[in-house]
Design a protein around this ligand. Structure first.
Ligand code: CMC
Length: 436
């Protein structure tokens, strides 16, 4: 990890045509590349910057999460994800992300009690589910029902009231698992299972997903632990697409339920959270290890839209530390459940071949967190369509922590990127009978 070095104070930009120069301030964080603060650039030069997909642009300052993509390091509030996955619980990690410090015993107990007491949802929300087709993708349901929460919890929507922001954060962390389990039950045609306050957060979530009136779900410690780890590993990941979506939505002063619903929509895509579902579908499509070379060739072919799902990352260019923990969990869960999983064997073979292939080596493409998570979730009994929903359950705390940080900062201003217009120059309106 790079050490904090002597900061550069300014960065001088010179216009090659006119020879005019402008000095821009350089800001430095605890770690990571220094940033050129370009806020004064347009005023000084009349120019904008152009960075589609934000490959070189920091959108905010944040104290929550740090990623060193070259070294494969992920820190939440300074704590390494590998330690958190081993030592912490999901709710403790939520507390850490939200409040900045690991809780004292009493603080954790109070936080767990608050979350437990918010897990039930308004009974009328059930009727919202009835409006969806049974075969609706559960992510489609989640986009709808999470936004709908704003219609049920009016008393916590004042974004300028600290206490209401707090209640909204607790409600979202507590209720989204309930809504997710209801989406799963609805698509299976099973009755909804109410939360149980005598269970811990992750146990309760598994109970709501898998219990049926005819048979109580038997909790198994290694499975609960694996679920807990999956939740911890996905809890936050700095300014990814869905988090940036939440911040942008929030910058317009939208309510938190609407902001989190917007994060869910962004997460759904296969380049982001939808990759866990896509990995399993890809493994099904590959079918047998003899077919791997053919699929690798397709992944390299720029004329073929096929990509190796679960491989590559915008920030990690060495390895994804979350994928390492996930792989360990995968082995444990399959051993506990006594599953001899041919998909895991296929995934391991695919990983081995891809990691030795010059195309993947040159482009620094490694398995990401989604490569193994689907295999574990499938072994636990989750339908493939639920995988991205589980990602959303876990990421809710990251989204709401980032939203709160933005709301509580001193620089809340609506996000409004500019563009480089490449369309037609102004031209006169053409009446219908003169159009060619
Ligand atoms: N298979 C084949 N080629 C790939 C892949 C892949 N999975 N990922 C990147 N490349 C190639 C890409 O075509 C490009 O090649 P070239 O330089 O010849 O044009 C090069 O690698 C650089 O990739 P990029 O598209 O510029 O990278 P990006 O930062 O824009 O995209 C990514 C990152 C994650 C969207 C992409 O790697 C990808 O689509 N991976 C598969 C989907 C996936 O697993 N997503 C989950 C991400 S981790 C969980 C999360 O945070 O949501």
């Amino acid at each position: 990890m790079p050490n904090k070095t002597e900061p550069e104070k300014t960065f001088t930009l010179t216009n090659d045509q006119t020879g005019e120069s402008v000095k821009l301030p350089v800001v430095e964080g605890t770690y990571g590349p220094h940033c050129i603060d370009i806020r004064g650039l347009h005023k000084a030069t009349g120019h904008f910057t152009l960075d589609p997909s934000f490959t070189a642009t920091g959108s905010c300052k944040s104290k929550i999460t740090y990623i060193d993509g070259d070294e494969g390091v992920l820190l939440h509030r300074g704590y390494n994800i590998k330690e958190l996955a081993k030592e912490s619980t999901y709710l403790e990690t939520c507390y850490l992300l939200l409040y900045g410090e690991l809780p004292q015993e009493k603080e954790l107990k109070e936080f767990e009690d608050v979350i437990t007491n918010h897990t039930m949802v308004h009974e009328q929300i059930k009727e919202v589910y009835e409006g969806f087709r049974r075969d609706a993708h559960p992510m489609a349901i989640m986009c709808g029902v999470v936004g709908t929460m704003a219609a049920f919890y009016h008393d916590s929507l004042d974004i300028w009231d600290l206490e209401q922001r707090e209640i909204s954060a607790h409600r979202l962390i507590a209720k989204i698992p309930t809504l997710a389990a209801m989406a799963m039950k609805y698509s299976k045609g099973q009755p909804y299972v109410y939360p149980r306050n005598d269970l811990k957060f992750t146990e309760n979530f598994l109970h709501m997903c898998f219990s049926v009136p005819a048979e109580e779900y038997k909790l198994r410690a290694p499975v609960v632990r694996a679920m807990e780890r999956i939740l911890i590993l996905h809890a936050d990941h700095e300014q990814n697409a869905s988090t940036s979506t939440v911040r942008l939505a929030g910058s317009s002063q939208a309510n938190p339920m609407a902001c989190i619903a917007s994060g869910i929509t962004s997460l759904w895509g296969p380049s982001h959270g939808g990759a866990n579902q896509a990995v399993l579908e890809m493994l099904d499509e590959i079918g047998h290890k003899d077919n791997i070379p053919e699929f690798l060739e397709r992944a390299k072919d720029k004329n073929d839209p096929f990509k190796l799902m679960g491989f590559g990352h915008r920030v990690y260019k060495n390895f994804d530390p979350r994928a390492e923990v996930m792989k360990e969990s995968c082995d444990e869960v399959l051993a506990e459940l006594g599953i001899d999983n041919p998909q895991l064997e296929l995934a391991m073979e695919l990983e081995k071949i891809a990691l030795n292939d010059p195309y993947f080596i040159d482009r620094k493409l490694f398995p990401n967190v989604d490569f193994y998570s689907g295999i574990i979730l499938k072994a636990m009994g989750f339908p493939v369509e639920m995988f991205t929903v589980l990602f959303a359950v876990s990421r809710t705390v990251g989204w709401i922590s980032q939203w709160k940080e933005m709301m509580e900062g001193s620089t809340l201003k609506i996000g409004r990127p500019r563009q480089l217009y490449t369309g037609e120059p102004e031209r006169p309106y053409v009446p219908m009978n003169k159009r060619k």
